[in-house]
Design a protein around this ligand. Structure first.
Ligand SMILES: [Fe+2]
Ligand SMILES: [Fe+2]
Length: 245
């Protein structure tokens, strides 16, 4: 099972965010072996406006595969749901895998938190032995970046306790960090997708750096093979051709 993990498109209806997102959609459309599902881990719109979600839906509507959405700190719940991208906090099954999609946003805030009621729902959704992905926007651990760590997800010990109760959790998948990143959380892989809109500058590149707007957009591709996850990353450097030799 092949999962495209796309994050932080920050559609603002300007040409830049639309063109970068189009590059991702074109890449996915050009794959001779299409992905089975596209997971979008938040900050889909830059300002959470209804017209931004309309454009987002047009862009991704070209793909004939299931699309799974969850909101980030730049999204606005009411417009996100009104655009048909909700409901919030729900489980979807695609093939042999289950995706638990959680809202880690706090209205008006950049950092994240998952409500107790959503965690109680997650605990029951993960019952059984179906391979499951726990998905939300805000990484629940410090990642060694002075700015980004201030706006991570907090209260993560409650989430960790839930995940540790369910050995069928394959991985935790998030966005928000705008750079491809792999670590662990609650004993499972935590994989953060690259940002489509921009790329985080790392402390060893520039201690005062914030975001690089010139680096190409990227995505993660998760291949679930016999219950084991193989994650690869691709950046959209330009037009790609998949023909042989
Ligand atoms: Fe973002
Ligand atoms: Fe974010």
């Amino acid at each position: 099972m092949l999962i495209a993990h796309v994050s932080d498109t920050h559609i603002d209806n300007g040409p830049r965010s639309v063109e970068r997102t189009e590059r991702v959609v074109d890449y996915l459309l050009g794959l001779p072996r299409p992905v089975d599902v596209v997971l979008l881990t938040g900050d889909l719109a830059d300002n959470g406006r209804a017209d931004e979600y309309e454009r987002f839906r047009e862009l991704f509507g070209r793909l004939a595969v299931p699309l799974l959405h969850l909101p980030g700190n730049h999204d606005r719940r009411e417009h996100f749901v009104a655009a048909g991208l909700g409901p919030l906090n729900r489980a979807e099954t695609v093939g042999e895998a289950q995706f638990a999609l959680l809202d880690s946003s706090i209205p008006g805030q950049s950092e994240g938190f998952i409500e107790d009621s959503a965690l109680a729902w997650l605990d029951s959704a993960l019952d059984g032995d179906r391979p499951s992905f726990v998905c939300f926007h805000h990484p629940p651990v410090a990642l060694g970046h002075f700015h980004a760590d201030k706006v991570r997800q907090f209260g993560e010990e409650r989430l960790e306790a839930v995940i540790r109760r369910h050995p069928n959790v394959v991985a935790v998948l998030c966005g928000h960090f705008h750079t491809p990143t792999v670590t662990t959380f609650a004993g499972v892989p935590l994989v953060i997708a690259p940002g489509v809109a921009s790329t985080l500058i790392l402390p060893w590149e520039d201690p005062d750096g914030d975001l690089d707007y010139d680096a190409p957009p990227g995505i993660a591709l998760h291949n679930l093979v016999d219950g084991r996850l193989i994650t690869t990353f691709r950046s959209m450097e330009g037009n790609r051709s998949f023909s042989h030799g």
